[in-house]
Design a protein around this ligand. Structure first.
Ligand code: NAD
Ligand code: 0WE
Length: 259
């Protein structure tokens, strides 16, 4: 049976392991009939990503450190060769700040680690969108999705420099949507509530954050990667063809609360 992504070619950036939000989204795309390519960062997670990618018959698995223009140039060249010069979908699910900057005072963030967090977590979307543009233009259009968090709009204790990076990411998403709309390329974000992933589990107080969502959010339940993937399936799919420059909250309604 033909799914919503039959004939679509997708690049998924940011799978680290089976708990990654990017992996849940990749499975939704694969189940919908998409052909997939993956990037991973560093040899440390290469095997884990290759093993996962094999389960969805990935067309390409290649290394990409988003800080490197050389890596990005090579990766999008490989993607073009793999998919006949075309790309329909780009999933950007990448973020990083130094662990020591996700505790204590934001005021203490040093210049070099401030720019590193913004480089990896925000500028990378701009660089990837620019590299994807010709491939998506050739495909007659495309859809780009990034992952954000409420801490870019409101102060979430200890999110600190990642909050500043997410604010930059959110604004970049809108400016990219404005530039790329004339090529029928859509750019959107999902703002997820706390999800128990590798990036989240190492954060002290993460169980407390889940408990706060369960206590205060309108739906009184925490969010899973599968919930985020279902929303991604909508934003990346044909039903969202006139949806761009938006943020879709998958947070049990938490963002609406004032207390
Ligand atoms: P994750 O650790 O599974 O994914 C983060 C990914 O970023 C990893 O695959 C890692 O390899 C990659 N990465 C880090 N530095 C990189 C670099 N220099 N180059 C290339 N890749 C790099 O964790 P996740 O929770 O799935 O995070 C995915 C996205 O979702 C992030 O943007 C995160 O901010 C966002 N998000 C997460 C939550 C949550 O609670 N888990 C909530 C809202 C938004
Ligand atoms: O975006 C994120 C986390 C992203 C992240 C996680 C880590 C942990 C390991 C970025 N960089 C790193 N660096 C590491 O060394 N989230 C939305 C999850 C998250 O992280 C928090 C949160 C929430 C929610 C950090 C502090 C407070 C709340």
């Amino acid at each position: 049976m033909a799914g919503p992504f039959t004939g679509k070619r997708a690049l998924v950036m940011g799978v680290a392991n089976k708990r990654s939000i990017a992996w849940a989204i990749a499975q939704t795309l694969a189940e919908g009939g998409a052909q997939l390519a993956f990037t991973y960062q560093g040899e440390r997670i290469e095997k884990s990503v290759r093993d996962l990618a094999a389960t969805v018959d990935a067309a390409l698995v290649t290394e990409c450190d988003v800080r490197s223009d050389d890596d990005l140039f090579r990766v999008f060249d490989e993607v073009g060769q793999t998919f006949g010069g075309e790309l329909d979908i780009l999933v950007h699910s990448v973020a990083f700040a130094a662990a020591e900057d996700l505790e204590g005072r934001f005021t203490d963030t040093p210049r070099d680690r401030f720019w590193m967090a913004l480089d990896i977590s925000a500028y990378s979307l701009v660089a990837c969108a620019k590299a994807a543009e010709p491939l998506m233009e050739k495909a007659g259009g495309g859809s780009i999705l990034t992952m954000t968090y409420l801490g870019g709009e409101r102060v979430v204790p200890h999110y600190n420099v990642m909050g500043v990076a997410k604010a930059t990411l959110d604004a970049s998403m809108r400016y990219l949507a404005s530039d790329l709309g004339e090529k029928n390329i859509r750019v959107n974000a999902i703002s997820a509530g706390p999800v128990r992933t590798l990036a989240a589990r190492s954060i002290a107080g993460f169980p407390t954050m889940e408990a706060i969502v369960e206590e205060r959010a309108p739906l009184h339940r925490h969010v899973d990667a599968e919930d985020v993937a279902a929303a991604a399936g909508y934003l990346l799919g044909p039903g969202a063809k006139n949806v761009t420059a938006t943020t879709l909250y998958v947070d049990s309604g938490y963002h609406a609360m004032g207390m």
